[in-house]
Ligand binder design. Structure first.
Ligand SMILES: Cc1cc2nc3c(=O)[nH]c(=O)nc-3n(C[C@H](O)[C@H](O)[C@H](O)COP(=O)(O)OP(=O)(O)OC[C@H]3O[C@@H](n4cnc5c(N)ncnc54)[C@H](O)[C@@H]3O)c2cc1C
Length: 382
């Protein structure tokens, strides 16, 4: 039996950040991950928004910021608009190197990172059973952080993983090389019938490489079929047609709450497992680092017997990212409503809304417009 104060399950951005924070406060921390190597395989489009930098618990070194992003180009039914500057700017990172860097920060703070070790079951909320390199291991911890992502086994073990249809969707994605991007410093978001309820994306990694994918909250067929349909769009084909799919990066992703609470006794849930990514762009890397820092500090308090309350956790996160999570929840409600509309115009409304060209207060009025009228307005106002 191995003993520690805080056991973190998952060494993604949320787990590594939680492990770092708890170890910094003096706790004996073990962070396990089922992956053999931290950050591998990468299952992400690797985009981060600069607007979140001020909320981070530490600075991201320049060498982690691999490719500059000046904005987003939105496409719907042959119409293209661009949003640049401020909120729309950011970087493409290399998730493998980024996650590794975060795990090094945790290690430097004193946490023990143990890879190739899978959480299997939980006994009386304090002792966990895992399998490491074929061997059974028991770890006893005073507090546990569940940072094990969109299909959280910790939540499943607790009987608290209860997604409704659409809460856990699919992102079918590939890294592509040898592509010919129209604007290599702009991300691209595509909406249309090929992606009901979701969208296609091209996130550049360099002039000639990009992460390309389609995210669907409620897939009705094999996710790859949506992706192949995405490639039928002429501007997609033109840019990517000669490129090679090199690394598959598909994964399930969180669109809604899979559990009611973020704290179950001495277990604190964080990151994707707690639906802490920002919609509509399912931006979860930096929010996971920020919430991971909070969860790690609270887990440390939990381990020292100071019983942490759900409200305290939510308030701490609200202080940092409250406005962004409020906007995210509102966006989800609006998008669900838009996608309940009939006809093609919903894709234009969706694009207008997520590009922040159509304000939420105007949407009801705009619902009466035809697709052609909406496209004209979109171009006029962008
Ligand atoms: C295809 C795709 C593209 C995305 N693109 C972007 C993007 O461009 N920008 C952005 O900000 N966000 C993006 N996201 C979302 C982002 O990846 C997540 O929000 C973020 O990774 C959440 O971090 P996390 O630490 O909570 O979970 P994860 O990064 O999923 O980490 C969870 C860790 O837990 C480990 N684990 C799971 N189960 C166990 C177990 N039983 N035992 C031990 N370890 C376990 C996993 O191996 C993993 O390392 C994307 C998501 C997907 C699927």
């Amino acid at each position: 039996m191995i003993e520690c104060d805080v056991l973190v399950v998952g060494c993604g951005p949320a787990g590594a950040s939680a492990a770092r924070a708890a170890a910094t406060m003096g706790a004996k921390v073990i962070c396990i991950d089922k992956k053999k190597e931290v950050g591998v395989p990468v299952q992400c489009a690797e985009g981060i928004g600069s607007y979140l930098f001020p909320y981070l618990p530490f600075k991201i070194p320049k060498h982690q910021l691999k490719w500059r992003i000046d904005g987003i180009r939105f496409w719907v039914d042959g119409v293209e608009i661009e949003r640049k500057g401020g909120f729309w700017t950011g970087y493409t990172i290399n998730r493998k190197l980024f996650d590794l860097w975060l795990s090094h920060l945790a290690k430097k703070a004193g946490a023990r990172i143990v890879t190739g070790t899978e959480f299997v079951s939980l006994d009386k909320m304090s002792s966990i059973h895992c399998i490491s390199k074929g061997r059974n291991i028991e770890i006893s911890a005073k507090a546990i952080v569940a940072a094990d992502g969109s299909e959280s086994r910790v939540l499943k073990e607790l009987g608290e993983y209860n997604p409704k249809p659409g809460d856990v969707g699919e992102v079918y994605s590939w890294e592509m090389n040898g592509v010919k991007l129209g604007a290599p410093n702009l991300e691209q978001i595509y909406a249309g019938e090929f992606a009901p309820g979701g969208y296609g994306y091209i996130f550049p990694k360099s002039k000639k490489s990009a992460n390309v994918g389609v995210g669907i909250p409620l897939p009705k067929k094999d996710p790859q079929e949506y992706f192949e349909q995405f490639f039928e769009i002429s501007s997609v084909k033109k840019q990517l047609g000669r490129g090679k799919r090199t690394i598959e990066k598909s994964k399930k992703e969180i669109w809604g709450d899979v559990s009611k609470k973020w704290i179950y006794d001495n277990v604190i849930v964080v990151g994707d497992a707690a639906n802490q990514n920002l919609k509509p762009f399912i931006e979860g890397i930096l929010p996971a680092v920020i919430s991971g820092n909070i969860a790690g500090e609270l887990a440390c308090l939990n381990a020292s017997g100071q019983g942490v309350q759900e409200r305290q956790y939510r308030n701490e996160l609200k202080k940092r990212l409250g406005q962004h999570f409020d906007a995210s929840a509102e966006a989800m409600a609006v998008i669900e409503k838009i996608f309940r509309l009939k006809g093609k115009s919903k894709y234009v409304l969706f694009t207008g809304f997520i590009s922040q060209v159509f304000g939420v207060e105007k949407l009801q009025q705009l619902e009466a417009c035809t697709s052609t009228e909406l496209k004209r307005k979109l171009m006029e106002l962008a």
